[in-house]
Design a protein around this ligand. Structure first.
Ligand SMILES: [Zn+2]
Length: 450
């Protein structure tokens, strides 16, 4: 492991600030009335107290509770980068199973523990740590940099990132790139690859939910029709599950495999390198596991089904929701058309569910100086890491910023094995002090290269 040049004496107070950040319950709930506004307001004040130089020298605009900072560059011209992170966290529903209470912000066993230590308060604070330190050194970026910290990323970013991006678009901002959460440096995540793999996300899948519904006259269960509403609907859901959208290999996946194959020892590496030349074969190999299947197709996930009121009464209505994560090359309309084709039942209505949807994002090229810069800075903090690419399977705030940046990347240089990754949105979320030091150092180096 690389020696970290971040002095321990700086890391301790930085970790204490992260621990304190956890204590603000900036929780995003789907039921918006449960959101504690005063916690967000207090968190904002806390940031202002902790990072006085940032708040004296950068221009700040607050949108809802989202915070947009503009750090003027030494030179005129288009801004270099938009660094994104989000202040909100997901709720905790299993508080008793946590080793330390999720909002206590405890530092123990070389880790800062609590909700948000990975996702995503560490990235908010690491960015501020890096800027504060640069300002203390009297340093300013060559070109303008924006920092944007959303407050409702976990529930879609409609009131935060969407509004901030709108504001930037209205001002004609077009940055070289956006950097947000997404990939990390995986340890032991790719079977057989002996080195950590730094996955820099170069795009984001889209998403949409489709609602299936059917109705019937009802009546007593003793004289049922050939199919009840529940039976008809179940059949439609099963058909969708059994007939997913077609497999497809896209450029980021081809590139990912090409970058990883050389690290696979012996015959497996040679085989993978061979297979990678044949899209069809590669798609089949990747489709074998859910973790990689999501890279080669639009995924189908029936998530909600309901209908009927009583065991001995025929149901009058039934409905189901099926969630799709849309691969590049497919669109929301393609998904809907696919569903109608597969369900093929005039009595089942197939429509887009109300609520959010998103087309897949544009894909950034790895043949870009910014991708190379992120890769270079990554190997500066973890020299043995293999730098590869990926697609964010979920949705992050970055998707709101397509109009105001030419390229987008999702990455944080923190080392995570599968157990650590499970803690994100899960129990015992925590970040090691080493990872936090890496994150701060990486961000500081990045700023100095803009
Ligand atoms: Zn997040």
């Amino acid at each position: 492991m690389a020696e970290l040049d971040h002095p321990q004496s700086d890391l301790e107070p930085a970790a204490a600030r992260l621990a304190e950040a956890v204590r603000y319950r900036t929780v995003s709930y789907e039921e918006r009335e449960r959101i504690e506004d005063d916690q967000f307001a207090a968190f904002g004040e806390f940031l202002e107290r902790m990072y006085p130089r940032v708040h004296a020298e950068l221009e700040l605009r607050v949108v809802g509770h989202s915070r947009l900072y503009r750090w003027a560059g030494r030179e005129d011209g288009a801004p270099a980068a938009l660094l994104l992170a989000h202040q909100d966290v997901v709720p905790v529903d299993d508080e008793p199973s946590w080793t330390y209470p999720p909002f206590d912000g405890v530092i123990a066993d070389g880790h800062v523990w609590g909700r948000g230590t990975i996702d995503d308060k560490s990235r908010v604070l690491a960015t501020l740590e890096a800027v504060e330190a640069a300002l203390a050194d009297g340093w300013r970026p060559r070109r303008t940099v924006y920092l944007a910290f959303g407050h409702d990323e976990e529930i879609g970013g409609e009131h935060g990132a969407a509004k901030v991006a709108e504001l930037l678009a209205a001002e004609g901002v077009m940055a070289d790139f956006v950097l947000d959460e997404g990939g990390v440096i995986g340890v032991g995540l790719i079977d057989g690859v002996p080195v950590p793999t730094a996955t820099i996300m170069v795009g984001e899948k889209g998403f949409v939910t489709v609602r299936l519904s059917t109705s019937d006259v009802g009546g007593h269960a003793s004289m049922p029709p050939r199919r009840t509403a529940v039976g008809r609907l179940a059949r439609a859901v099963a058909a969708l599950q059994d007939k997913p959208m077609p497999l497809r290999v896209t450029e980021p996946v081809r590139e990912m495999v090409a970058r990883v194959a050389p690290y696979l020892p012996g015959v497996r590496g040679t085989l993978l390198a061979k297979v990678a030349k044949w899209d069809k074969a590669l798609a089949r190999v990747l489709a074998m596991r859910p973790q990689t299947a999501s890279l080669v197709r639009t995924t189908t996930a029936p998530t909600v089904i309901r209908g009927g009121v009583k065991p001995n009464v025929l149901p009058q209505t039934a409905e189901a929701f099926v969630n799709f994560r849309i691969l590049h090359g497919d669109t929301v309309d393609d998904v809907l058309a696919h569903c109608r084709r597969v369900v093929r039942d005039k009595q089942v209505s197939v429509e887009l569910a109300p609520g959010e949807r998103a087309e897949p994002s544009p894909v950034s090229s790895t043949d870009s100086p910014h991708f190379r810069l992120l890769g270079e800075l990554t190997t500066a903090v973890v020299p043995e890491a293999a730098v590869t690419t990926g697609l964010v399977p979920g949705a992050t705030d970055a998707r709101h910023y397509h109009r105001v940046a030419r390229e987008r990347f999702g990455f944080a240089p923190i080392l995570m094995d599968s157990t650590e990754l499970d803690r994100i949105h899960g129990t015992d979320e925590r970040l090691s002090l080493d990872n936090y030091a890496r994150l701060i150092r990486f961000t500081g180096q990045l700023l100095r290269r803009l």
